[in-house]
Design a protein around this ligand. Structure first.
Ligand code: SAH
Length: 272
């Protein structure tokens, strides 16, 4: 997929703008991760970064009735969809969308209780996202992120080739979890997203949308190439979902003392 090609982009968003989610996820997984971010203060400030059409934003708003939530995304049409739903649910006084780049947020340091990001942090580099977001968290604040990971070390060639093209930096679960203490967080818990998280609100509606657009763009080679790529992504998932999938990780900003202890241990290892 060539995002520099405007026509390709247009067709890509013709697919995605019609879906309930822009990546894998379910309300159950959101709530399971949220249960790990405990305790949160009354009136917590929550950021949902790369919120997309905002299903998880709304799930968080329902589960945290006193929280203020700021949902950030670069794609305006997703925010318009979320804004409409926020108004419909009467949440406008505490859920706000911001059209902007999650890698450079103008939010006060140490002001945020919980940073949420489902299937989006990789867009700015996963390790870089962990680094960039840590200063925004209050001491003891939480980070909850889902990220694509390898699930097995034996990997068929076809799935290796697919990820080599889509996301060559993808790590295994252990490698992913390892990034957190390095970036100044303590991992509280992690779990894999169930297969259902791809089908329910993402690939099943996407298949319907691809059929619809296939009829509309019949004979248009550029559009058909984009549709084919999405079909292929779904087919790869159908065949190889045992080998790669998303891991949800909930972590807590480590205190200064924990960081010093970790650094000390790392230096001691280097001396050995
Ligand atoms: N969390 C949503 C969307 C995941 S798709 C869901 O699970 O449904 C990734 C989202 O990140 C997209 O909506 C994309 O527009 C957004 N995104 C990518 N790079 C971004 C950036 N630098 N700043 C803000 N949003 C970004």
């Amino acid at each position: 997929m060539d995002f520099d090609n405007p026509r390709m982009c247009e067709v890509f968003f013709d697919i995605y703008d019609a879906l309930p989610r822009a990546g894998p996820g379910t309300a159950e997984s959101t709530l399971r991760a949220l249960a790990l971010a405990d305790p949160l203060p009354e009136g917590a400030l929550v950021l949902d970064l790369g919120c997309g059409p905002g299903r998880q934003t709304l799930d968080l708003a329902a589960a945290l009735p006193s929280a203020e939530i700021v949902a950030v995304d670069l794609h305006r049409p997703f925010l318009d969809l979320l804004d409409a739903e926020v108004r419909r649910r009467g949440l406008g006084h505490r859920v706000r969308t911001v059209h902007g780049d999650m890698s450079c947020l103008s939010i006060a340091e140490e002001s945020v209780d919980l940073i949420w990001s489902e299937g989006a942090a990789y867009s700015i580099g996963f390790a870089k996202a962990l680094e960039a977001w840590r200063p925004l968290l209050r001491p003891g604040g939480y980070l909850a992120v889902s990220e694509a990971t390898w699930l097995r070390s034996a990997r068929p060639d076809e799935i290796v080739a697919f990820w080599q093209q889509e996301y060559p930096d993808m790590l295994d679960v252990e490698g992913c979890l390892d990034l957190f203490p390095r970036a100044g967080y303590r991992v509280i818990g992690s779990f894999p997203l169930p297969e259902q998280a791809w089908w329910q609100d993402f690939y099943t509606p996407m298949l319907g949308r691809l059929d619809e657009l296939g009829r509309r763009f019949n004979g248009d080679p550029v559009a058909e190439a984009v549709l084919d790529e999405s079909r292929r992504e779904i087919e790869v998932f159908r065949r190889y979902s045992a080998f790669s999938g998303y891991t949800f990780v909930v972590a807590r900003k480590a205190s200064g003392q924990e960081r010093v202890r970790r650094k000390g241990r790392a230096m001691a290892r280097e001396d050995e």
